[in-house]
Design a protein around this ligand. Structure first.
Ligand SMILES: C[S@@+](CC[C@H](N)C(=O)[O-])C[C@H]1O[C@@H](n2cnc3c(N)ncnc32)[C@H](O)[C@@H]1O
Length: 281
């Protein structure tokens, strides 16, 4: 989210700290109630309350401002977030492309920046598909797909109990109970017990999804599509991801054709989140 935050803070915080004020921050929620998640550099910390107040004035919907205290850590891919100002109740309902996602960013992974990517995946799905979303979080991928395509059957697996519980609520909020089936658990335990096979598998865990390719490949029908996410370094950002997928398919005696490659987002100057799609034969 960009805006006139620096302008609003002119004359409020020392002039030499203005350039430290972040140019962008995430807003999660809706018009009624939202939280802002912002990065506060160390030197700006004495003025963080002023920054938070300015964000809340700029966006009247923002009732809480959280500071990022770490990168994403652990299996649940959570950040440590600290309340700088506003309401300590940070549960919100986020609106995205006609869908509603209830969540608390203190407890679950969610990124509003991935809305376009979720839309890209949803638009690839065809009628009647059976889909597996591994690492499903609060349900944004399965729900975006289910809202766009009425006649699909989606299994969603998530490890974090808080995210799974929000996913159940979100399935009801979006009235897709007949199409999305959430399972709490580790994909390592759950996948081998699934009785179905799938036309499409989505693997939105860029840090380490490759460790789970051996679970995904055998669950795809012949000609099924894999959406594989990976952190990748320049210059050849798709090479490693493609190699990992082709090699995993080969281990199961399956062929694979790469059908799409996307730069999803930039993590640092030379590191990208990428998606490689493959048809598994
Ligand atoms: C990067 S987040 C993506 C969440 C969701 N797909 C989204 O886009 O908002 C990855 C999710 O995978 C879950 N996760 C990590 N390891 C897992 C595992 N072994 N089995 C199931 N879920 C796992 C985490 O708890 C986290 O919610």
């Amino acid at each position: 989210m960009r805006g006139g935050l620096r302008e609003r803070l002119r004359g409020v915080i020392p002039r030499e700290t203005l350039s430290l004020v972040p140019r962008s921050y995430d807003i999660i929620g809706s018009r009624g109630k939202a939280v802002a998640v912002v990065e506060i550099p160390e030197e700006l910390r004495p003025y963080e309350v002023e920054v938070a107040r300015a964000i809340m004035e700029l966006h009247r919907c923002v009732k809480s401002v959280l500071a990022k205290e770490s990168g994403r850590i652990g299996d649940y891919r959570l950040r440590r977030l600290r309340l700088i100002a506003g309401d300590p109740d940070t549960e919100v309902i986020h609106r995205e492309a006609g869908c509603l996602f209830k969540l608390d960013p203190m407890k679950v992974y969610f990124s509003p920046r991935e809305a376009t990517e979720r839309g890209r995946i949803a638009s690839k799905v065809e009628s009647g598909e059976r889909i597996l979303v591994m690492f499903s979080g609060v349900g944004p991928y399965p729900i975006r797909i289910a809202k766009l395509r009425g006649d699909v059957d989606i299994t969603a697996i998530e490890l974090n109990p808080d995210a799974h519980n929000y996913c159940i609520e979100n399935i009801h909020l979006n009235r897709v109970e007949d199409r999305v089936h959430p399972i709490l658990g580790d994909v390592r335990d759950v996948c081998p017990r699934l009785e179905a096979i799938f036309n499409r598998i989505v693997m939105p865990l860029p840090l380490g999804a490759y460790r789970f390719l051996d679970l995904a490949i055998p669950l795809l029908v012949e000609g099924g599509i894999l959406h594989f996410y990976h952190w990748a370094r320049e210059p050849e950002i798709f090479r490693e991801a493609e190699h990992l997928v082709l090699e995993a398919a080969e281990r199961f005696g399956r062929g694979a054709e790469i059908t799409d490659r996307i730069r999803v987002s930039q993590y640092s100057p030379r590191v990208w989140k990428v998606r490689v799609d493959a048809r598994i034969l």
